[in-house]
Design a protein around this ligand. Structure first.
Ligand code: ASP
Length: 322
């Protein structure tokens, strides 16, 4: 598989492309576990991060991934840049590219911003979250984590609970989980669902307690208040009572069920403080796997050299990590 940019889960062309990334990730997990977790795969390449929105995990994880592949990194932060002087996204992207970068990792509050950047620059562009639209590397690390815990996604029942309306994670997860054969149920009050779910391969429930016992994975979303322009809930407390994963609800989950969250968590709102630390919770695994998944994505975009390689196995061989 060859791709020029990763803007959306669909860029991977379905289950086979996603599986290729997951297989490649296996090799990079092995690298991250070495005493010196570094390979020369991207020596001489430069990866820039262009973040117009706050981030802890995604930004650090992309930078760590690039460094572990021996790439040089450049980091752009709106707060300390000429954006404050009125520089446009296009001029900023072209300026960064002119310094000689091979990939730009873009996060922006507007849906579609990374697609615009990809149209302006020759460098590979990775979408690190755009508005309510997509967050493809989060979905890939989520698939990887589920596969690691449960062996695969085919036939699983995955409940995505909470503020789906404002969630780019939910959009990418639904696409990736269903491509890999999972059955996805969105669990939320009507006001926190998108106005139309036409074309979404999902079921919908407004009652967490009914669907919980059948769940293999419960994926909790943060209440993304910074993206809400109107009052969508009577009170946060009522939301927590009806949709929060409390200790009592967690006890009703099946023995092998997995609890996930993309972070940042609001303990005490969508997830009870102690539930986030239960052995069923894979939240720290998600973060850990994020580095190897992003190594795989950067390698896929930049590492294959003049001869574009067709299979993950060949990619792994070239990376010298098999
Ligand atoms: N970190 C994720 C994102 O950037 C989820 C969240 O913010 O709630 O979309």
């Amino acid at each position: 598989m060859t791709i020029a940019d990763l803007l959306s889960i669909d860029d991977l062309g379905g289950a086979d492309g996603i599986e290729d990334v997951l297989r490649l990730t296996d090799s990079f997990v092995e690298v991250t576990e070495r005493s010196i977790p570094r390979v020369p795969a991207l020596r001489g390449k430069t990866v820039a991060s262009l973040f117009y929105e706050d981030s802890t995990r995604t930004r650090m994880s992309f930078e760590t991934a690039a460094k572990r592949l021996s790439a040089d990194t450049m980091s752009f932060s709106v707060a300390s840049s000429s954006v404050k002087k009125g520089e446009s996204l296009r001029d900023t992207a072209l300026t960064i590219e002119a310094m000689g970068v091979d990939a730009i990792v873009v996060r922006h509050s507007s849906s579609g911003a990374p697609h615009r950047v990809a149209g302006w620059v020759d460098a590979a562009v990775v979408n690190a979250g755009d508005g309510w639209h997509e967050h493809p590397t989060q979905a890939l690390l989520d698939c990887y984590t589920i596969r690691q815990r449960l062996g695969g996604l085919g036939g699983l029942h995955i409940m995505i609970v909470g503020d789906v309306k404002h969630s780019r994670v939910a959009r990418s997860d639904v696409a990736a989980f269903s491509a890999l054969g999972a059955e996805v149920t969105l669990v939320a009050p009507p006001t926190l669902l998108p106005p139309s779910l036409e074309g979404w391969p999902v079921r919908v429930s407004h009652d967490l307690d009914t669907v919980l016992p059948g769940a293999d994975v419960v994926y909790l979303l943060r209440m993304q208040q910074e993206r809400m322009t109107e009052a969508l809930l009577p009170t946060l407390r009522e939301y927590t009572t009806r949709y929060g994963l409390s200790r009592r609800r967690a006890e009703r989950l099946g023995a092998g069920a997995v609890v996930m969250h993309p972070g940042p968590m609001n303990r005490g709102v969508e997830i009870a403080p102690e539930v986030a630390d239960l052995p069923q919770a894979a939240i720290i695994d998600q973060v850990r796997n994020g580095v190897a998944v992003r190594m795989a994505v950067l390698y896929l975009l930049l590492g294959s050299g003049p001869e574009k390689v067709p299979t993950a196995e060949r990619l792994v061989e070239q990376a010298g990590v098999a």
